[in-house]
Ligand binder design. Structure first.
Ligand SMILES: C[S@@+](CC[C@H](N)C(=O)[O-])C[C@H]1O[C@@H](n2cnc3c(N)ncnc32)[C@H](O)[C@@H]1O
Length: 371
């Protein structure tokens, strides 16, 4: 987890780099302004001990980071609020959408991303190539996700040429637009790369980024959590679950590491496994999204045993091979309410992590399964 914000430098560490002796315009500090936003919190804390100016620069970066988890990638800033301990923000690579396995292993920005006042906004690719998907899973390992499905607010059809066509049953409308739900999860179709319409098309609800005000609040027992910073209407799109798309082999390998780390520290992982049963009923599409290292604000959504207030929906985009996992409000949500969903119902580890969802039907432990 994160170290606290950098402590003030000790007097004995003040040296010729202090502004008093050389001035803030010294080329060293001009370089520092460019380099510091790339540092991890630990590195920033170490650097800030060296002199007063670097300490001040580090403080300004810490403040900047705590004001917007999305590094200005989203339409609205998503600030961190912490009144329970010393962590001003959580450090991770921000991505707006899924990152395919090929780009996650080769793209250097998955190791570092500039985040601070001088942050450049072009570091993370989203979904550059097709991710691996595995077929086939046992019925008893089915992951149920989300609360009961509700109709989507704001979906207004599509204006692209293809979508003006009259369909087989004589209905004029967008052939891409479809909505159903099964096994506790919504399945929705949107316009996509193969449609002639642009991003403003009414049938691309989940592709225009986060449109509601959110904040990330620290809880003494659950760690960070995602909260509504405004009233959110039932059915409104909240956010996608963005992260690295993994092969099942890699997901299993990482899950083992995460389980070990969680057992003896306050480490939080954000590896989500979604299974969509195909119409045949015999096979299912398994999607592993890991937002632990790289993700978006959805990585802060905590579990609630009562299903919470978010529905999970697999959104298929016309012409795109893999679906995107998105969250929609399953009920009206008041400002300052925590956003939660159910991580599932299977608990293979009775002595797993304690659940603090405080719902009346709380099971006492967080859901877990063999991935
Ligand atoms: C996807 S992360 C959610 C964000 C996380 N709280 C953090 O600080 O980064 C999942 C982790 O959050 C914690 N968590 C989520 N829901 C919880 C709950 N109801 N009770 C206790 N811990 C919870 C667990 O540590 C879990 O492994």
């Amino acid at each position: 987890m994160l170290p606290p914000s950098p402590p003030p430098p000790k007097k004995s560490h003040q040296n010729e780099l202090d502004p008093g002796s050389r001035g803030f315009n010294h080329p060293f500090f001009q370089c520092a302004v460019l380099v510091l936003p790339w540092l991890t919190p630990q590195e920033l804390a170490t650097i800030s001990l060296t002199c007063k100016t670097l300490h001040q620069l580090s403080l300004s970066i810490t403040l900047h980071r705590s004001l917007d988890a999305s590094r200005s990638f989203e339409n609205l800033p998503i600030p961190f609020h912490n009144t329970v301990d010393q962590y001003p923000y959580a450090h991770f690579i921000y991505t707006l959408s899924q990152i395919s396995p090929s780009s996650s292993s080769s793209f250097p920005s998955l190791k570092r991303q500039s985040w601070g006042p001088k942050s450049s906004q072009s570091q993370v690719p989203s979904g550059l190539s097709l991710p691996d998907a595995e077929m086939g899973c046992a019925d008893d390992s089915m992951t149920r996700l989300g609360a009961s499905w509700v109709g989507v607010v704001d979906a207004s059809g599509c204006e692209c040429e293809r979508c003006e066509k009259v369909s087989e049953d004589n209905v004029i409308g967008c052939p891409c637009m479809e909505l159903e739900w099964s096994e506790g999860m919504g399945i929705m179709s949107e316009c996509g790369p193969s449609c002639g319409c642009g991003l403003q098309c009414g049938n691309r609800l989940s592709q225009r980024g986060i449109q509601v005000k959110l904040k990330i609040v620290r809880d003494v027992r659950k760690g960070w959590g995602l909260y509504a910073a405004q009233w959110i209407q039932r059915g409104q799109f909240v956010c996608e679950y963005a992260g690295e798309l993994l092969t099942t082999k890699e997901a299993r390998r990482r899950q083992q590491i995460y389980d070990e780390l969680a057992s003896d520290s306050h480490f939080s992982s954000a590896l989500l496994v979604v299974r969509e049963h195909l119409p045949s009923g015999k096979a299912c599409l398994r999607i592993n999204i890991d937002a632990t290292r790289a993700g978006n604000v959805a990585r802060f959504i905590n579990h609630s045993c009562d299903g919470g207030n978010l529905s999970t929906v697999l959104v298929r985009r016309s012409g795109a091979l893999l679906p995107h996992l998105c969250f929609f409000a399953s009920k009206d949500i008041k400002e300052d309410k925590e956003l939660t969903f159910s991580y599932g119902e299977i608990r293979v580890r009775p002595k797993g992590l304690k659940c603090f969802c405080s719902s009346s039907c709380c099971f006492g432990t967080l859901p877990s399964e063999h991935t």
